[in-house]
Design a protein around this ligand. Structure first.
Ligand SMILES: [Cu+2]
Length: 507
């Protein structure tokens, strides 16, 4: 089987080489070029059984290579006001979170079968504060096993919700921990081995806001749903009946779609005041990357990375997020008026989220010039590399250090509270390779260097997911504050599922 797969992959590689760029961007829309393929090869491909043998890096149904995110995104018509997830806080120290199935009217008059937390689709925003001891009372009301993984949360391994903590249908579990990290926008999603990608695709994803003393004193817009908005970006592909048919559209190199949902809303618009507004961006997609910018060409300020504030608001004209990554930005709408055509767009100028300006709503906030005291110390810069990881492959043949995930194998150990330098190299393949968003559970790390250089200012902050381009070598300073077993993996969910994942045990 293995050798057959390799041959298949070689054919596929040869075929898609023409249309594949080294960068996994979504700016291109292209059909696969079959011109350099022999008739014999074409016949073989047509006769192939896709049910148990997928073409690596290639989606035969749609006739294109996934390497380049070829499905173009729709433009939001802006006909629907953006859905705002319910904001929940602990009551008597407890937050109830139930994974359930339901039906959601995404398209007018049509019920789509979906998954959600505490509702039919997606999840709430759970707001906690640093120092607070909280119990997440999780319950699985699905008809299949799931887990509850807290992405970016500094939490003991036994509560992390990795593949070891499978919750059977009908089962409940309390996850109690003390919030020990600063203000940040984190998220949660399932992580069961073999069905993470499909469960997320159907709607299991929610946000966690951590607040602290600092975040309240910075003058940042922080009125939820007024001048502080969560934005969860997910591309999906619906079938003719407007249903998710994940298995039909699954792509081994990352499932993408042509239909943009923001907070689960199709064709969304967001009404904002003529004022500074804080947008908390999450790339919650299985595989698509986004480069966010304003259609006006105006810049905005980035204030936070995955796990906390940047030291200063940073002027940006665009920002790229790979799956799992977050950023907080401040957009100053005071220079626009009700007639302005302002929208958040993607790199290829597809309209993601048009804004409507409500001129009656104004507020002058003075945002602090200093937000954080993040630093990569000289000591951390001088530490030698103690863990080396090599990411390689595509499709079903994705590896970390030539190995695929085995739940019974611990790949590394690390001591609690000790900083180690992890060096991660994305080894290119014969086609150049693709960007892998590399994520470590249970910690926020610092990027020490990218190809030996200091990271750009927008990456000088706490991170839990880092985009590593082909042939790039990234050094991370990693410290775990808790003990237990944690996953590290590519956050292209299909890559993770295909084995691009390992385990570190913190002792
Ligand atoms: Cu990957």
């Amino acid at each position: 089987m293995k050798s057959k797969l390799w041959i298949t992959a070689l054919i596929a590689s040869a075929v898609i080489a023409t249309g594949c760029s080294a960068n996994n961007t979504n700016s291109e829309s292209e059909e696969m070029d079959h011109s350099n393929m022999s008739e014999e090869e074409m016949k073989n491909m047509e006769g192939m059984d896709h049910s148990n043998m997928d073409m690596e890096g290639m989606d035969m149904e749609n006739g294109h290579a996934s390497h380049t995110n070829p499905l173009e995104l729709n433009n939001s018509t802006g006909e629907n006001e953006l859905a705002l997830p319910p904001l929940v806080e602990a009551k008597d120290g407890v937050v109830d979170i139930t994974a359930q199935q339901g039906k959601t009217e995404i398209f007018e008059g049509v019920q789509t079968d979906t998954y959600g937390y505490n509702g039919s689709f997606l999840g709430p925003v759970i707001r906690v504060s640093e120092g607070e001891t909280v119990t997440f009372r999780t319950k699985n009301d699905l008809l299949e096993p799931t887990t509850f993984h807290w992405h970016g949360v500094d939490i003991p391994g036994e509560g992390d919700g990795g593949p070891h903590q499978l919750l059977q249908p009908g089962a409940s579990e309390d996850v109690k921990f003390t919030v020990s990290q600063g203000a940040s926008t984190l998220w949660f999603h399932p992580h069961p081995e073999g069905s993470t990608a499909e469960q997320v695709y159907k709607g299991l994803a929610g946000l966690i806001y951590v607040e602290d003393e600092n975040s309240k004193s910075l003058g940042l817009p922080d009125e939820y749903g007024v001048n502080d908005f969560p934005l969860v970006f997910q591309d999906r592909q619906f079938n003719e009946d407007k249903q998710f048919d994940y298995q039909a559209v699954r792509n081994e190199d990352g499932t993408i779609g042509d239909t943009m949902l923001v907070n689960g809303t199709l064709n969304p618009k967001l009404t904002v005041g003529k004022e500074k507004v804080r947008l908390r961006l999450l790339n919650g997609s299985n595989a698509r990357n986004y480069t966010f910018k304003l259609n006006t060409g105006d810049s905005f300020q980035q204030i936070a990375t995955d796990g906390g504030f940047l030291n200063e608001p940073t002027e940006m004209s665009e920002i790229t997020l790979t799956p799992g990554e977050r950023a907080e930005i401040i957009v100053d709408f005071s220079k626009y008026d009700a007639s302005s055509d302002v929208a958040l767009v993607n790199e290829a100028d597809s309209i993601l989220l048009p804004f409507k300006i409500d001129e009656q709503k104004t507020n002058t906030v003075a945002i602090s010039e200093t937000l954080n005291d993040y630093v990569v110390t000289e000591e951390e810069k001088n530490l030698s590399v103690t863990k080396k990881l090599e990411l390689f492959g595509m499709g079903e043949m994705v590896y970390i250090n030539d190995k695929q995930f085995d739940i019974n194998r611990i790949d590394f150990t690390q001591k609690q509270g000790e900083t180690e330098i992890w060096e991660i190299y994305n080894k290119p393949d014969m086609m150049g390779g693709m960007t892998h968003p590399f994520h470590i559970h249970g910690t926020q790390f610092k990027i020490v260097s990218i190809d030996g250089k200091e990271p750009p200012v927008e990456l000088q902050g706490w991170k839990d997911t880092v985009a590593i381009e082909p042939d790039q070598k990234v050094k991370l300073a990693v410290k775990f504050n808790n003990k237990g077993i944690y996953m590290f993996h590519c956050h292209v969910l299909e890559h993770e599922e295909n084995g691009m994942m390992g385990q570190v045990e913190v002792l």
